[in-house]
Ligand binder design. Sequence first.
Ligand code: NAD
Length: 355
Amino acid sequence: MRDFVFNGLPSRVVFGAGSLSRLERELDALRIGRALVLSTAHQEKLARRIAESLGERSAGVYPRAVMHVPIETARAAREEASRRNADCIVAAGGGSTIGLGKAIALESGLPLVAIPTTYAGSEMTPIYGITDGGIKRTGKDPKVLPRTVIYDPDLTLDLPLSVSVTSGMNAIAHAAEGLYAQDRNPLMELAAQEGIAALARAIPELHQAPRDATARADALYGAWLCGMVLGNVGMALHHKLCHTLGGSFNLPHAEVHTVVLPHALAFNASAAPDAMSRIAQAIRADSASGGLYDLAKAHGAPVALKSIGMRREDLDRAAELAVSSPYWNPQPFGPAQKVEIRELLQRAFDGVRPD
Ligand code: NAD
């Protein structure tokens, strides 16, 4: 057994089909008066349904969450919350909506209740991101960690299959890197392996039957565990590459994670053999990197950066940016490894299957 330090994050999780109906009781437990409900424009119907169910305790709906949390949106939403005397924010949706809730919580100190409808995992972390003048600033603050998270698989039944697969791979990426994190601990390793296994089981089932209630519950359960890993331990090369590609080249978040993960794991394979064998075991494959590539490809997800909007001429700059401010990684990478990272990106660009 390795030595470890475990500093658990406080969070209350309510999980189960139909658990949205418990929202009001959860607000009572937090002694909350009036909640402003956030969503994207696409999920406004859900937000209105939630607001209606709260009756007098609804401070209205703010259905303007968008990708990357522009600071202007965060400011406007915060003013809306204050104008309507809200003493709580309820964020119903994926990472973009929960991200907006976090930005409000950061400045106002209002408690956040999250109702996730994708597998991105933001609801389990104290990490926030706000985009100001085209640059995404990220940080960590306990204020932004949702007080209560309601996981209701019924709300994911209509998540399009393509998004379900890439969002599931995004969740797996958190757990995979958690297995070789510098500050990993036995509890998060258990959560990571179980989370990967639940998602790897659910993805093929959802591919067969996207509205299957058991598979939806399994996937959301996996997402919870993977999100918990992301919130508790540090991420490495894979997340660095995805932040670079998403932030500087505007590539879609979950798809980038899906494409890059097998290649980042291949790069780390010899430095983190235990993590690789736990991932391979969880997905029932011979190798972590090849197995995850196959899982994505077999279920219709993209496996090449060139198919999700990356331009070949930007690969040099992407490698440069990634190595210029590296994260800790089991296989060190920095300016001295620029050639290897450029080669990794080329393989991800072309969609070559790693071993
Ligand atoms: P998203 O929130 O942008 O959602 C994508 C689209 O799917 C939106 O139009 C949304 O309305 C729609 N959608 C969501 N749930 C749906 C459902 N059940 N049915 C139908 N449509 C649905 O995408 P995401 O992948 O969840 O989140 C990505 C963002 O989250 C990125 O900006 C990323 O940086 C951030 N993120 C942050 C953290 C963190 O810890 N801070 C962790 C993971 C992701």
